[in-house]
Ligand binder design. Structure first.
Ligand code: ASP
Length: 487
């Protein structure tokens, strides 16, 4: 296999560059938000819905609308049952009031938000590049990896070990989350004044989610799965393809192996070139988040955030390093340093799928894990192993239960939360806010009102960033563990 040249040693190491980009982006974004985030616009021109005047206020992450009709300035236009409506994110605002959203975009958007949105588009280019290489990288890498394993029993053994690791660590993460939320009791310490708006995430029942996961393992059209980027379908089909190529053996197996190897080398080279842009991409994305959400993203719901954060820290800095040290025999600090570009990108992009090419490149080239392990363990992990998400589901649902009932949830119900959180995390896609949508299943399992989720929407982004890093960290540790067990 061709060796990809490592980064030039004179330049600042990539993870430092990314860290600087992240802090710089956050600092500039916060500054912008502080100075240029509030706009109070009164719009008099012809308005949708027969209204005469609309006041749009854009302050930090909240859009406030007050609307007046033609009969003398009384505020009679009711949105969401109140005279003034607040929308914590623009997409929901747009869905609810497309006309007003347009007015807001044209007249009411603050400078901070405008700059933030521009940075989102520009930073999005970096994410698009990562997405661009993800599918071909997985296909070629997995084919090379499976064919490199040589024998079907070896693959079976790796699959069993990988699943065992994934389920165990996710379960430990959930227990850590439950212990933390019971110890801190954030729902009993918080006095939330904002009135919740109904949250209408669509999600099927638990059994439905499991069955559909099973179905995606058998794509009816592998080409469509490739085009749609359905990772699970792509993984299962590629593995089947490589296994059957191995079974045929001889010239057929050789040509497929050579072709996959050539494709893999090209894709890896391309990925490395894209990764060089990571510091800039991360800077832009952090700037977007902080310019549009302001410091409020760190401020409200502090106890709840603290519970999620501490539990994530315990899992990422104690549990996983112990497994890494004693099972894989690796130095956790050195390993984390090798994986830091991927971890920081996961943090700023909040997407494990988006980060996958970087995770694969880091683990092979900086952490020295064999391709035959990483090409199998990592794509599977990005889809089904989400320790951070599982933990987050458990803490968030117990927090909501504490708010709802004013007391701690009974142990039996907590067990149901644990089981469903595990399955929900397996079902969640590796994209931003996927965990929030899957939470509906957990809430329903313990009869909690789904609309109470509205309370935690405002801080989901920052927690999503943290849990995504933990998801990627757990995948990486799993990869090192499985690699060390394989001979
Ligand atoms: N954003 C997470 C990920 O990509 C999923 C989640 O929302 O928890 O891993």
């Amino acid at each position: 296999m061709n060796q990809i040249p490592s980064e030039p040693s004179k330049r600042l190491a990539l993870h430092w560059q990314i860290l600087i980009g992240m802090i710089g982006g956050a600092a500039v974004g916060l500054l912008l938000n502080l100075m240029l985030s509030t706009t109070n616009v009164t719009v008099h021109e012809s308005l949708p819905l027969g209204l005469e005047k609309v006041v749009l206020q854009d302050s930090t992450n909240t859009v406030v609308i007050t609307a007046f009709d033609q009969q003398g300035g009384e505020t009679i236009y009711e949105i969401g049952g109140t005279l003034t409506a607040e929308f914590r994110d623009l997409d929901r605002f747009k869905d609810a009031h497309p006309g007003l959203h347009e007015v807001f975009q044209n007249h009411g958007t603050s400078v901070a938000r405008q700059i933030g949105m521009l940075c989102k588009r520009l930073g999005g280019l970096f994410l698009r590049m990562l997405q661009m290489v993800a599918v071909p990288l997985i296909v070629t890498s997995l084919t090379v990896g499976v064919m490199g394993l040589g024998r079907a029993e070896r693959l079976g053994r790796m699959f069993r070990r990988t699943m065992f690791y994934y389920v165990c660590t996710s379960f430990i993460a959930i227990v850590t989350g439950l212990v933390m939320v019971n110890a801190i009791q954030p729902g009993l310490r918080t006095s939330l004044t904002s009135s919740p708006t109904p949250y209408t995430a669509e999600s099927g029942s638990l059994s439905e989610v499991l069955l559909s996961q099973l179905e995606t393992l058998i794509p009816t059209n592998p080409i469509r799965a490739l085009a749609n980027g359905d990772f699970l379908s792509i993984i299962s089909f590629t593995i089947a393809f490589a296994i059957f190529a191995l079974l045929i053996g001889g010239k057929t197996a050789d040509s497929i192996k050579n072709l996959a190897q050539a494709g893999f080398d090209v894709m890896m080279k391309m990925t490395m070139a894209i990764i060089a842009l990571a510091p800039l991409g991360v800077l832009l994305l952090m700037l977007y988040v902080t310019a549009t959400h302001g410091s409020a993203i760190f401020g409200s719901l502090a106890w709840y955030m603290l519970a999620v954060f501490l539990a994530l820290v315990v899992h990422a800095c104690v549990t996983l390093p112990l497994i890494l040290k004693f099972v894989a025999g690796r130095n956790p600090w050195e390993f984390a340093k090798s994986m830091s570009p991927a971890l920081l990108t996961a943090f700023s992009s909040a997407s494990s799928n988006g980060t996958l090419p970087l995770t694969m490149a880091n683990i092979e080239q900086r952490a020295g894990v064999r391709n035959q392990t990483s090409s199998f363990v990592l794509p599977l992990g990005a889809t089904i192993n989400m320790d951070g998400t599982a933990l987050y589901e458990a803490v968030a649902v117990l927090f909501i239960a504490q708010l709802e009932y004013g007391e701690m949830m009974p142990l039996g119900a907590q067990l149901v939360v644990a089981m469903t959180a595990l399955l929900a995390s397996i079902g969640a896609a590796g994209i931003p806010h996927a965990g929030l949508v899957m939470m509906v299943i957990v809430l329903q399992a313990v009869d909690l009102p789904v609309e109470k989720q509205a309370l935690i929407l405002g801080v989901d982004r920052i927690l999503d960033m943290c849990r995504t890093s933990v998801n990627v960290w757990s995948d990486s540790c799993g990869c090192a563990v499985i690699d060390s067990l394989d001979d």
